[in-house]
Design a binder for this molecule. Structure first.
Ligand code: ZN
Length: 440
């Protein structure tokens, strides 16, 4: 399957920041074959007119809970402790694997339309999310969340079950699917469990995906219980001894930042959740200066309330500038790089995130022929600060066209919206119970 995209502007996001105002892209065998002159011999199966369109690497959502679309708009205007205890964990007490399937399918429709090509998902009943990944054509790295409070307290699978899930799906869907292990957090998981799951991760050569240091109270509690900050506590439990992605990591000491850098930990930053749940924010400049790989995520639709990576790119830049009172914070194409290559690397897809010959054909086109995208002084500034998810017109994953001008080719969107809505209503209409408690 060979695709030619003609006369298209390109933002490569390569190390030099190369852009093209009008060129040609050839996609073949899941890879970008060439950028520039069209080879004379080329007989493409598909030709797309790229005039007035911009090609960029597709977004890698580095932290989300995609099935939580069913909680969109259901946990509003609450601080983190009440958000967990009164709404989120209560609704999840009635969760079924079908809810997860339809919730994730709805998320997949939304993500594809917004130019996301891959997502890093942390939730329950992950076989059902894997089905959605296989059907949708998206890439994903999936984690079956574990609390470590006893097998009866897990949702759908204990540690043995999550290892079986890993075996079923690792490398599936033509390599579009990866699986990792996911202890929920240092504030829920007991230390013995963190040590056990870290040892298992090393034994099976699996990365870890965990939440870290979301509030000052979590830091105080960790210091009181262990005499260590949450980051130092995870390091002491061996969580950072192999590849690890830590979501949020908002409250870090300079020593913590050094630990994350030394262990190659990726931090997934989800700025819209931080603003909505009034969690505060950190200075990403300090992490980046220390050499920490920072990626961008939306977090779950229960807190964001959408899965719009384009919005996350803009808000990440705005929030850093606002927080540090430095207009030069997170400049230029840097927020785009956090949302593409940095996430791709952390999620196990290092060949994605840059448009260059030989790289994965995971790319999207934006329609530039919109009032808010004139004039074109800077393609980068227009993309970061003015373009919208709804400007995305084409989405390719491994060279396969998943979406074009309003039409999804792999998913039955109408049926998915109806089923997801039905399951969401059933879920919050159940007699619900408190299954675990978040202590601030
Ligand atoms: Zn999360």
């Amino acid at each position: 399957m060979t695709t030619l995209i003609k006369n298209v502007a390109v933002l490569t996001l390569d190390p030099a920041g190369t852009t093209h105002s009008s060129t040609n892209l050839v996609l073949d065998g899941g890879l970008i074959q060439s950028i520039g002159e069209v080879p004379l011999y080329l007989q493409p199966d598909t030709v797309i007119d790229g005039y007035n369109h911009l090609a960029v690497p597709g977004f890698f959502n580095a932290h989300c809970h995609s099935p939580m679309t069913f909680e969109r708009g259901w946990a509003e205007d609450l601080p983190l402790d009440r958000w967990f205890n009164e709404r989120i964990w209560v609704a999840e007490s009635a969760l079924t694997s079908d809810d997860v399937y339809w919730g994730a399918a709805l998320a997949a429709c939304e993500m594809i339309r917004g130019g996301t090509v891959a997502f890093n998902d942390h939730y329950f009943y992950m076989d059902r999310v894997a089905e959605v990944v296989a059907q949708s054509g998206l890439k994903a790295t999936l984690t079956w969340c574990q609390f470590g409070l006893g097998a009866d307290k897990e949702v759908g699978a204990d540690l043995a079950g999550t290892l079986a899930f890993v075996d079923r799906w690792q490398g599936a869907a033509d390599g579009r699917l990866r699986t990792v292990l996911g202890p929920h957090s240092p504030y829920v998981c007991p230390p013995a469990f963190l040590r056990e799951i870290s040892a298992l991760a090393r034994e099976h050569q699996l990365p870890l995906h965990i939440h870290l240091a979301e509030s000052p109270e979590q830091v105080q509690n960790s210091l009181a219980a262990y005499g260590l900050t949450p980051a130092a506590h995870l390091a002491a439990c061996g969580v950072f001894d192999g590849p690890c992605l830590a979501a949020h990591a908002l409250y870090l000491t300079p020593e913590d930042i050094g630990l994350l850098a030394a262990h190659g930990v990726t931090v997934a930053h989800c700025p819209i959740t931080y603003m909505k749940l009034a969690m505060g924010v950190n200075d990403l400049g300090a992490l980046l200066a220390a050499g920490v790989n920072v990626a961008l995520g939306t977090d779950g639709p229960g807190s964001n309330n959408d899965l719009d990576m384009k919005a996350a790119v803009r808000v990440a830049a705005l929030l850093q500038k606002h927080h540090t009172r430095d207009a030069e914070a997170l400049p230029g194409d840097l927020p785009l790089r956090l949302a593409t290559a940095n996430g791709a690397r952390a999620m196990g897809f290092p060949n994605s995130g840059v448009l260059a010959p030989g790289r994965a054909a995971d790319l999207i086109l934006f329609d530039l022929d919109r009032p808010h995208l004139y004039p074109r002084h800077s393609l980068v500034a227009n993309l970061v600060h003015a373009a919208r998810a709804s400007d995305v017109t084409h989405v390719f994953v491994d060279g396969q066209l998943l979406y074009q001008n309003g039409e999804l080719f792999t998913l039955d969107e109408e049926k998915i919206m109806a089923e997801a809505d039905r399951h969401a209503r059933r879920l919050v209409g159940q007699s619900m119970q408190i299954v675990r408690e978040y202590k601030a």
